[in-house]
Design a protein around this ligand. Structure first.
Ligand code: GAP
Length: 510
């Protein structure tokens, strides 16, 4: 399925709408519809259960979005949370300089892939791709160009050399993707934090930021939580909440938004133990993704080329979105940077007394940070598909189905009377619905032919359809249709909730 069809599907079936659409929308801001909010809540539940419920040494909090402005000075976001911005003077379009350069490198990569595909076609089964990539002079030349350009970019980014970035754009003669013009402004730093003003304080003093990460709400509460829960190091604090970034270029639907939600966990550890816990969380988080049935070929680790100002090691878990492998989650070893900075700026001690070592120290932190919306997009990308299935007459037809993991599916069961105008069927179906809705989110649907109703449920990922027919009236049995296998089995009404319950039970995946 093409990406634009996925976006249309999300709108048509009530998963995601553009924000304030009647006013032509607001760029990179989206609203979740009825099924979207259920799916998003289920993703959050899976994360919370895995991280908080399953770990005795991880507790959750819900900190405010607004924080004292000094928080962001201490964390480094006021001075260093910047992206390199460049404008095209002709098209008046604004870009991230690093993304323009990466786009240039991707185009060369595409040329390499084309050469490889051509050679494959020419040489057939005797073709050795690894050997070809390692020895073909044209491929090597192109790869060397990619490496040089990206190396120059990374070096410039590392030291904040905006002139260096501009020089790369000029040397590579990168055109504006919109107009083809090469008439660029200077590259300059652009801070990604949104700000607003406290009502009762004028000027800089009253300047507030919308948090660009949830993590700082955890850092400033570190001692409060440790004292009130009597946790011993190592322990973690988890949080799910909104974050805001004034992204220069926000594209690819909900992949890069200006208002989004993060699920973050800060794990407080002894100094010197960070690499052990970094490896532990890398592995644990990858398992979390795999448990949902995402194939391992579509997930990979990618070490950061440029470390954020707070990190001494960082890796992304990338997922293969319809537009390529991109960051889904980050695992960062943040040292004691944040706690030390807050200690310095607030003048309050943020130390832990380790009874085993009999010493005080500022703990180190390994964090796991995943965007809820990105996870949502990964799940929709993975599960939404078109497939050929036999229809009621035995002919082949195409259905659109969302094969979401049953734990994540918005509705768990649809209850469908075979016919709408037979009161005895609709009454029996309503009774089944009233019983099941106490346990699961269910849907009652009597409109249209049964085949169309099945298709509607497939399109929103409902794992089971229960159909009430004339046999139900005789022996209290129904047909239970499985979304993925299309198998229909006859079961007694009393059995439905056990069968569905087992399938949607989070203990299958946590
Ligand atoms: N506390 C660390 C932190 O915020 P990050 O790599 O900047 O690290 C973590 O963000 C995760 O948040 C990313 O892996 C991504 O899933 C999500 N994220 C970041 N910016 C986003 C945006 N503009 N839109 C949607 N999700 C975003």
């Amino acid at each position: 399925m093409e990406f634009k069809d996925l976006i249309s599907h999300c709108k048509e079936y009530g998963f995601i709408y553009p924000s304030s659409e009647i006013y032509d929308g607001l760029s990179a801001v989206y609203d979740y519809g009825p099924y979207g909010s259920e799916l998003k809540n289920n993703i959050k539940s899976y994360w919370w259960k895995s991280m908080v419920q399953m770990h005795e040494n991880i507790v959750g909090i819900d900190a405010a979005i607004f924080m004292h402005p000094k928080t962001w000075k201490a964390s480094g976001h006021v001075d260093a949370f910047n992206d390199p911005l460049v404008d095209n003077k002709d098209s008046k379009k604004r870009y991230r300089a690093d993304q323009l350069i990466e786009g240039y490198a991707e185009k060369i990569e595409e040329k390499i892939n084309k050469d490889v595909a051509k050679a494959k076609e020419k040489f057939g089964t005797s073709f050795d791709e690894v050997m070809y990539r390692a020895t073909n002079p044209r491929v090597l030349e192109r790869q060397a160009e990619i490496d040089t350009v990206l190396k120059r970019m990374n070096e410039a980014l590392k030291v904040g050399d905006m002139e260096g970035l501009k020089q790369v754009i000029e040397d590579c003669e990168i055109p504006c993707p919109e107009s083809g013009s090469r008439n660029w402004t200077e590259v300059r730093q652009f801070n990604l934090m949104f700000n607003t003003q406290l009502g009762n304080i004028a000027g800089e003093e009253g300047k507030l930021y919308l948090r660009p990460e949830t993590a700082q709400g955890i850092f400033v509460n570190f001692l409060n939580v440790q004292k009130s829960t009597r946790q011993k190091i190592p322990f973690g604090i988890a949080q799910i909440g909104k974050a805001f970034r004034n992204e220069i270029v926000a594209r690819q639907f909900i992949f890069r938004m200006r208002e989004f939600e993060q699920m973050e966990m800060q794990f407080f550890i002894r100094p010197g133990e960070e690499m052990k816990w970094y490896e532990y969380w890398k592995e644990t988080r990858l398992k979390w993704h795999l448990a949902l049935g995402t194939p391992s070929s579509k997930l990979r680790f990618h070490d950061h080329d440029n470390l954020a100002h707070y990190a001494n090691a960082a890796v992304d878990i990338q997922y293969e979105f319809p537009f390529g492998f991109r960051e889904l989650e980050g695992i960062h070893s943040r040292t004691n940077f944040d706690l030390s900075q807050h200690q310095e700026l607030s003048g309050k001690k943020l130390q832990y007394f380790d009874p085993e070592l009999n010493e005080n120290y500022v703990p180190y932190v390994v964090e796991t940070s995943i965007g809820c919306d990105r996870m949502f997009l990964a799940m929709i990308s993975e599960s939404l598909q078109e497939e050929k299935v036999p229809d009621a007459d035995g002919n082949e037809s195409t259905r659109t189905v969302m094969k979401l993991h049953p734990c994540l599916a918005p509705n768990k069961v649809a209850v469908l009377p075979l016919l709408k105008n037979k009161e005895e069927l609709t009454k029996a179906a309503s009774d089944v619905f009233d019983t099941l809705k106490k346990k699961f989110l269910c849907q009652y649907d009597e409109k249209d032919a049964i085949g169309r109703r099945y298709r509607r449920q497939d399109a929103i990922g409902t794992p089971y359809c229960v159909t009430i027919d004339f046999e139900t009236l005789e022996n209290n049995t129904v047909t239970l249709r499985d979304r993925d296998t299309l198998q229909q089995i006859r079961v007694s009404i009393d059995e439905i909730s056990k069968i569905v319950g087992e399938k949607v039970d989070y203990s299958n995946i946590i």
